[in-house]
Design a protein around this ligand. Structure first.
Ligand code: NAD
Length: 664
């Protein structure tokens, strides 16, 4: 066989089947067709004494091509058919693993009689991260190699296992530092058949898999992926291999077709597109970062950089705040703590390759701070602002060289969130952008590049969401009812609990900034202002939308809040109505999608996937819905249009319709 993604090379009596499907040797219908033909051909050839499967590039097979999973049927021949041909092959088949051998790739290796791995690579079953379980024997065959509790953990955590560890677990037979092909050929000459499905499943320590299952289910709720994984692992131990393989495949197919898996695939492709767009043209070494402001965000940003091995100069005018920040950074260990130098003067910023300001959200304070920093830092060092809402172009005007100013919007908690919103100003230079993209890479955060508007992408859409939540409260829903309705569809935290955590003063200040320009016809929800006027700024003052009992973060219903809401409704002449959870969810999620469409129309976000990454990664929007754009784009168009109309009617004359066509 030659041409196409599979070729056969002969090494004496050993047939070396080379998989060559750039860039990452993913399993596609074409590859599987070639592989099946090569297996059938070598099985029929009496001159062949053994077979080696090896990749032409970095990987043997990195995994399945996810695009195939979006179709109702995966195009044939499907992987199980190919794996059955390996097991049926009359001669030993040796897998030569290199690079990442994940998902379908690892399942291919498991069907072989021996697994020889090149050091430095990884194996794993990442399907759970994509809303599925393995479907080509990944569970049934691994059940012959490791105890069921380990297997369940591997499947549910979707962890990548370095081959050195995989060797200790018996998942691979041998690890070689080099000479992979030579070694695999030598093994193929002497090995005998060893078909995993012909071996008994391991039973493990009695009771342990049940214990693991209980723990995982408790932690992940009734996540259908966890439930299916538990079922498939138990089936692998209890059923004959052929029946267990059928069960595994059926469960895989059911989950693959689910809306949750489609949402996860959407986010996977969105990540890839954002990573491509966020690749710096030139990588800039960022060895020292200056952070101004050591409050909630500044401390978190310092912590993130220190953990990534970057030196940090952390500046705040308040020494007590610096002490607290040092404690926080120290939670990651003495190594992290040693990387952070703190002080009240700006002079130390001269050492920085990148400066990020995270002082209070106030235009005048920020321009002052940026101007002062510009006078200290080396020429060309970018000055990034962590502002939530402020006009980055107006802030840039405060420094002589505007090209070096841009937004680097970390979301809380800054040391954990997987995404970074990078705000490119009108004057931002390519060089400054490259610095920030390089820094994001160091942090292991996915940068999403956006444009300037009030709140950028994340906070602008989140504000539209919160605005509708507040309107719903004035119309009759309680804060708890709104939070519960949204928790039930998977948001990480209810919007009112979030407001209490972040502090009501931030949004209050944002509203005050808009007072002068607000359209008088706009519906203005009053409750949040009343809460702030009463000093109820959230958790930090012991109460906001909820009450908090001394130091505890559990939100408690508060009669005072109920009275304030009742007063506001009465003075606005609103007749309270019952609002069910479906209406709440429909209204606020439609608001996020509508705002997303506006953001896309204005070119503030480049792709719907970018919006979805920011909202799921930074704001706790449910991944299982795929983000506001995916959620809306997968609704029947007539339903979405009707929901937009209801939203428009509820919002009033200032409502602007976003074009749903932009969400796909
Ligand atoms: P914070 O009040 O916790 O911290 C601000 C710090 O800045 C304080 O420690 C203060 O002492 C210091 N500061 C003020 N003026 C200074 C000056 N002239 N020189 C040096 N230090 C000065 O505020 P925060 O919540 O960390 O927010 C900081 C910024 O990050 C704001 O722009 C905010 O909008 C933004 N942000 C906040 C969040 C959040 O969830 N808290 C999320 C994303 C972005």
């Amino acid at each position: 066989v030659s041409g196409g993604p599979v070729r056969i090379e002969h090494d004496g009596a050993i047939a070396v089947i080379v998989l060559d499907n750039p860039p990452v040797n993913a399993s596609t219908a074409r590859l599987r067709t070639g592989l099946l033909a090569a297996l059938t051909g070598t099985a029929a050839d009496d001159a062949v004494g053994g077979v080696v499967l090896i990749g032409a590039g970095t990987h043997l097979m990195s995994g399945s091509d996810l695009r195939e999973f979006s179709a109702d049927e995966v195009p044939g021949p499907q992987l199980p058919e190919v794996l059955a041909a390996i097991e049926r092959h009359p001669r030993p088949v040796v897998a030569a693993l290199s690079g990442a051998t994940l998902g379908g790739g690892f399942e291919l290796a498991l069907a072989c009689d021996r697994r020889i791995a090149l050091d430095g690579g990884q194996v794993g079953l990442p399907e759970a991260g994509l809303g599925m379980i393995p479907g080509a024997g990944g569970i049934v065959r691994t059940a012959r190699l490791v105890d069921p509790d380990r297997l369940l953990d591997l499947v549910v955590t979707a962890r990548r296992v370095p081959v050195a560890d995989a060797l200790a677990d018996g998942l691979v037979d041998e690890v070689v530092p080099d000479g992979l092909r030579r070694r695999a050929v030598a093994v193929a000459r002497t090995a005998s058949k060893r078909v995993l499905t012909a071996l008994p499943a391991r039973t493990g320590t009695p009771g342990r898999v049940e214990e693991t299952a209980r723990r995982l289910l408790a932690r992940r709720g009734a996540d259908p992926v966890v439930v299916a994984a538990v079922g498939a692992v138990l089936a692998a131990g209890a059923l004959p291999a052929a029946a267990a393989l059928r069960h595994e495949r059926a469960e895989f197919t059911r989950l693959r077709r689910s809306p949750e898996a489609a949402a996860k695939r959407h986010l996977f492709f969105a990540r890839r597109a954002a990573a491509r767009a966020g690749r710096p043209e030139r990588d800039h070494p960022v060895r020292t970062v200056g952070v101004i402001g050591a409050g909630t965000m500044g401390a978190g940003i310092a912590r993130a950089f220190a953990a990534a091995g970057v030196d940090v100069v952390l500046v705040d005018r308040d020494p007590a705040v610096l002490d607290r920040a040092r404690d926080q950074v120290g939670r990651d260990g003495a190594g992290s703590a040693a990387r952070v130098r703190t002080g009240t003067g700006f002079d130390a910023l001269a050492a920085a390759d990148l400066v990020i300001e995270a002082v209070v959200e106030d235009h005048d304070v920020k321009t002052q701070v940026l101007a002062e920093a510009a006078g200290v830092v080396r020429p060309g060092v970018p000055l990034a602002t962590n502002t939530s809402y402020l006009d980055v172009d107006a802030l840039a005007a405060a420094v002589p060289d505007r090209g070096r100013v841009l937004g680097m919007h970390f979301m809380a908690p800054a040391h954990r969130t997987p995404v970074l919103e990078v705000v490119r100003g009108a004057a931002t230079s390519a060089d400054a952008l490259d610095h920030v993209l390089s820094a994001a890479r160091l942090l292991g955060k996915l940068p999403v590049i956006v444009g300037v508007c009030d709140g950028f992408v994340g906070n602008r859409i989140f504000s539209a969401y919160r605005y509708q939540c507040e309107l719903l409260v004035e119309e009759g829903a309680g804060p708890r009812e709104v939070d519960d309705a949204l928790l039930a569809v998977g948001v990480a935290m209810g919007p009112f609990a979030v407001a209490d955590m972040s502090g009501l003063d931030v949004a209050w200040r944002a509203r005050r900034r808009r007072d002068a320009t607000r359209d008088p016809r706009e519906r203005y929800p009053q409750v949040a202002d009343r809460l702030v006027e009463k000093g109820r700024l959230g958790q930090k003052t012991g109460g906001g939308w909820y009450a908090y009992a001394g130091g505890d973060r559990t939100p408690l219903d508060d009669p005072e809040v109920a009275r304030i809401i009742a007063d506001v409704r009465a003075s606005a002449g609103v007749t309270q109505r019952r609002i069910g959870p479906d209406e709440i969810v429909d209204r606020v999620l439609t608001a996020t999608a509508n705002e997303a469409a506006l953001v896309l129309a204005e070119g503030i976000a480049a792709r719907p996937g970018d919006v979805d990454l920011l909202l799921t990664g930074g704001y706790g929007f449910p991944e299982r819905l795929g983000g506001p754009c995916h959620w809306a784009a997968t609704r029947p168009p007539a339903d979405l249009a009707a929901a937009q109309q209801r939203l428009a009617d509820a919002t009033g004359p200032v409502f602007r319709f976003g074009d749903p066509a932009l969400l796909r």
